[in-house]
Design a protein around this ligand. Structure first.
Ligand code: NAX
Length: 407
């Protein structure tokens, strides 16, 4: 791929300038000076609607149709669409992800989106088919599509980047070879994000090796704050929760506080000691500790391989689902007392090397994330965390040796 080449195959722009209210009333900024801030420009074509009051909720207005006696409470959309880039958009995970973004499931039912579908040049014909299908969903929230192999177009003004695209490991390929190929991709994408993305951009890396790819991209974009970079271990968390729920014979919603520590790889540690089932420690409900330490950890670690063997293809729908869960958990406040798993730039918590992208127990206040402090770690857990963190340090050393990270 020649980055920066203009290879856009389709662009639907300009639709995000107004918004349709649920009553089908067209809004238009150009002739509506009265309202400022989110939701500005709300009026009917003939000016029949008047804004009576703005409720405590952002973008919720109480409206009255002057032609009618009744009062209506209408929830209206944000007038400004956010731009979301998905790389590897022609791939399997992309196909499971894009339609859910367009439907409003990820960013909410009132948030219009413009999706940037980014892939390499040879994938553009396939991408064109994906674009057609997205259009054919007729989602009222989808305000534009940009399908491109150009990093400039792909990342221009984006608020979220979901970096899924990467090259899969081929038979006979060493881990270092894979890192060499994918590392270069993430260097270019990091630089492009710094140059072209919106100031509030947040980035979730899914493409493997996702922790180190994220580290490489983050280092290639020193002006993008480090707390905006995330890599995905949510699929491991979801897999672990399912195994615990099945073993305990409880509903999945009974499982909480399940943190994945370390690298998204078979070395990751699903921390069953601190997880809870209906508020009780897992070890009080599942008393077979040996099962937890062996079968459970191994099943979660090998789940991707098991899916691959059974399906003849890697986890795609569950991976897309985990990406959606990750974004929602980052962007919305965490339920009281709970936490979730996402890889963030280590601040040295729990003695984990500062600056590496590592999975921790995380809480969000909807704007910023914090690594949960004071989680108890016993000898077994510590040995597991050390092993997975050592693997991250090895990958970092490898990337440094390959010139993908500063020495
Ligand atoms: P596919 O092979 O189906 O799709 C990959 C797509 O990426 C292709 O369309 C390809 O053309 C595109 N691509 C390659 N280089 C690119 C570049 N430089 N810029 C933009 N696009 C590029 O793979 P898929 O099943 O979608 O998996 C994508 C990635 O997710 C893989 O690296 C995979 O290992 C990783 N996964 C990560 C998971 C996680 O939990 N973090 C779980 C699932 C998955 O294994």
């Amino acid at each position: 791929m020649k980055s920066g080449s203009r290879s856009r195959i389709q662009q639907i722009q300009g639709q995000g300038r107004g918004c349709e209210t649920p009553a089908g009333l067209k809004t238009d900024r150009a002739d509506q000076p009265a309202l400022q801030g989110p939701g500005r420009g709300i009026h009917s074509r003939g000016g029949a609607m008047t804004v009576l009051a703005q409720s405590g909720m952002q973008n919720t207005f109480r409206l009255r149709a002057s032609s009618e006696i009744a009062y209506f409470a209408l929830e209206i959309m944000n007038s400004t669409p956010i731009r979301v880039a998905v790389t590897g958009a022609a791939g399997a995970i992309g196909y499971s992800l894009l339609f859910r973004i367009a439907s409003g499931e990820v960013f909410g039912p009132n948030q219009p989106v413009i999706i940037h579908l980014v892939d390499i040049e040879p994938a553009l014909p396939v991408l064109q088919g994906v674009v057609m299908e997205l259009e054919d969903c007729a989602s009222p929230l989808l305000k534009g599509l940009v399908a491109t192999a150009s990093l400039e177009e792909g990342f221009k003004d984006i608020n979220w980047a979901l970096l899924v695209g990467s090259v899969s490991r081929k038979p006979g390929m060493e881990r270092k070879d894979l890192l060499g190929i994918n590392g270069k991709i993430f260097t270019g994408q990091g630089q492009a994000i710094q140059k072209y993305a919106a100031k509030d951009v947040r980035i979730l890396v899914v493409g493997n090796p996702c922790n180190t790819n994220c580290l490489i991209a983050m280092n290639a974009a020193p002006e993008v704050p480090r707390d905006r970079w995330f890599a995905m271990t949510r699929l491991d968390e979801n897999r672990a929760k399912t195994q615990l729920a099945k073993k305990a014979g409880v509903d999945i919603s009974a499982i909480s506080n399940l943190a994945i520590w370390g690298n998204h790889s078979p070395t990751m540690f699903p921390d069953f000691y601190n997880a809870r089932i209906n508020g009780k420690p897992v070890t009080e409900v599942i008393t077979d500790e040996s099962w937890l330490k062996t079968d459970f950890v191994t099943t979660v670690a090998q789940r991707g391989t098991s899916v691959l063997k059974a399906r003849g293809a890697g986890s795609a729908a569950s991976a897309a689902n985990a990406a959606i869960d990750s974004v929602k958990s980052i962007a919305n406040p965490t339920k009281a007392g709970d936490w979730h798993s996402v890889c963030v730039c280590s601040d040295g918590s729990y003695g984990i090397e500062k600056g590496i992208i590592c999975s921790f127990p995380i809480r969000s206040n909807g704007k910023t994330l914090e690594i949960v402090q004071g989680v108890a770690i016993n000898e077994f857990s510590q040995s597991k965390i050390d092993a997975t963190v050592n693997e991250l340090k090895d990958e970092k050393a490898m990337a440094t040796e390959l010139g993908l990270l500063p020495a």
